[in-house]
Write a protein that binds this ligand. Structure first.
Ligand SMILES: Cc1cc2nc3c(=O)[nH]c(=O)nc-3n(C[C@H](O)[C@H](O)[C@H](O)COP(=O)(O)OP(=O)(O)OC[C@H]3O[C@@H](n4cnc5c(N)ncnc54)[C@H](O)[C@@H]3O)c2cc1C
Length: 216
């Protein structure tokens, strides 16, 4: 499991004696100027807000997810500056694990793309190279710690494949744009897989918004 729902906005107000859903809250706030603020149906309203780029409505609810990935991918995630993050610290805690990735071939026409076109022998070579590097770097890293070298210094011996964990909190607005960009084919597969997992969570938590976005 790479992603897990940690929290979602829990509205305190009730409409028709029922607590509002996070989406209901967004609609309730969007209707701030309307005499019909408590109208329970809000599918058309949220779709209208999306179509007309009325994005602030989607800033009224938040979602936090936990993400397990590598240090190769976490900097890409951290670039999404409208989110708030907590990431596992290699200064305070010991790195435990190195992730293993399936290799793909370089696309010669698009430097930001890779292709599933490698020979089996090349894949095997890369698997073995990853195992070799992981074993060597973890052995030297652990030895460095045993010698009393600080974790913040010893970590330079670790590869980009080193496992990390993040909490990522953002508004529905931020999630909409993050998911649009990071589920696209232009995003590296390992990051795209994370975004696709988060999109499943988003669909469960915000089904009306997801439907209006065409995320069936
Ligand atoms: C394929 C790809 C390649 C990249 N390559 C590089 C690279 O080579 N070098 C590099 O430094 N960086 C690269 N980046 C990172 C990129 O430039 C951004 O820094 C990163 O995607 C974060 O996006 P953001 O700044 O929009 O942050 P976000 O936190 O995602 O968005 C900031 C704010 O803008 C809003 N927003 C975003 N999109 C929209 C929209 N369409 N309409 C309305 N509001 C919107 C969000 O809701 C949020 O409030 C790449 C990104 C991708 C996806």
């Amino acid at each position: 499991m790479q992603v897990r729902l940690i929290s979602v906005t829990a509205p305190l107000i009730q409409v028709e004696n029922k607590p509002l859903s996070p989406e209901g809250l967004m609609a309730y706030c969007a209707r701030v100027s309307s005499p019909h603020q408590e109208t329970p149906d809000y599918g058309k309203l949220l779709a209208y807000c999306i179509a007309n780029k009325h994005w602030s409505v989607f800033e009224m609810a938040d979602m936090t997810v936990e993400i397990f990935t590598s240090r190769a991918i976490s900097p890409q995630i951290l670039r999404h500056r409208s989110f708030q993050f907590q990431e596992f610290s290699q200064r305070y805690a010991k790195a435990q694990e190195i992730e293993h990735y399936e290799p793909r071939g370089q696309d010669s026409k698009n430097r930001q793309n890779s292709l599933d076109n490698l020979e089996e022998s090349t894949k095997t070579w890369f698997d073995e190279a990853q195992e070799e590097i992981a074993a060597l770097s973890l052995e030297r890293y652990n030895t460095a710690l045993e010698k009393g070298i600080a974790k913040e210094c010893a970590r330079v011996l670790l590869p980009l494949g080193t496992r990390t964990r993040l909490y990522m909190k953002g508004s529905v607005r931020s999630w909409i744009h993050y998911l649009e960009v990071r589920t696209d084919k232009s995003t590296q597969k390992e990051h795209r897989d994370i975004a696709l997992g988060i999109r499943e969570i988003f669909r469960e938590q915000f089904p009306v918004t997801a439907g209006a976005l065409g995320w069936q």
